[in-house]
Design a binder for this molecule. Sequence first.
Ligand code: FAD
Length: 289
Amino acid sequence: MRITDKLAARQTFSLEIFPPKGELPLEKAYEIAGEMAVDRPDWISVTYSAGGSGNSANTVPIAASIERDLGVTALAHLTCLGSTRADVDAYVAELAAAGVRNVLALRGDRRPGREERDFAHASDLIEHLRASGADLCIGAACYPEGHVESPSEEADFAGLYAKQEAGADYLVSQLFFDNEDFYRFRERCLRHRVRLPIVAGIMPFTSVSQIQRMAFNCGASIPARVVKRLVQAGDDPADQARAGVEYACEQLRDLAVNGVDGLHVYSMNKPAVAHAAHEALLACGYLGA
Ligand code: FAD
């Protein structure tokens, strides 16, 4: 089912997994997806990791299994930096053969060895996907605090507007720790003529080092109240992770009552995180029993 149809019908709840790295077997991903399906998400996203770990070949097989074996809608991510049009066409053919209709069109992060080839931006990828005539529902990324490379708000929203005009159907946000950033972003979208549905992305922090990495990689700011939570959790990794899930559930509950189009939890292969988010959203009435 197309994600836009779901977004038109109700406020959505979605989860995310990444293909296993290194020696982990593909079956592990199927197992994790199966555990997450218990929470009846509207879709499960499967990330795409070009180069480096080289596990991008597993994105479509995992997405296909989510659709076929679990009866849950899958959203396959795709990055385009370093890819040719032929690479993208081959991926689209793979998606069609696997019965996956939803794709999240991304540029990917700049890394040494990942030079620009046929695509400079996600909007170029979206344009190509639309021109291919493939029957795809296309999502794109957005950044409540601005993309790390953007020199200004104008540049950021020009990029976002380009995605909309190229044919994106909806947006999924980068993680953020202060909901006010998201609410301000929604308003600014309207001022900049970006009118697509926006799914808010929430990632529970799991440790001090992880949140520092996130802040640096995504440009997400860390509010003082998050720092306090981590300090109060002390040195025990389990306590830090628990504080992260609690904080994320508070964010989700607040977003739920503030009328978001959808909530996406960066559950990152952790079914326990998915279950906690599901519970919190059931308790506040965002999800029906
Ligand atoms: P773009 O839209 O190309 O934006 C990149 C920069 O260029 C921005 O500064 C933007 O303002 C600017 N820009 C955009 N369009 C134009 C234009 N037409 N002209 C001039 N400037 C422009 N990475 C992965 O590797 N794998 C994943 O699976 C993955 N999943 C993600 C899921 C979500 C929801 C999000 C938010 C991010 C994800 N990422 C993933 C990270 C993403 O690849 C990076 O954030 C990347 O740096 C930018 O991707 P983009 O699609 O937003 O790029």
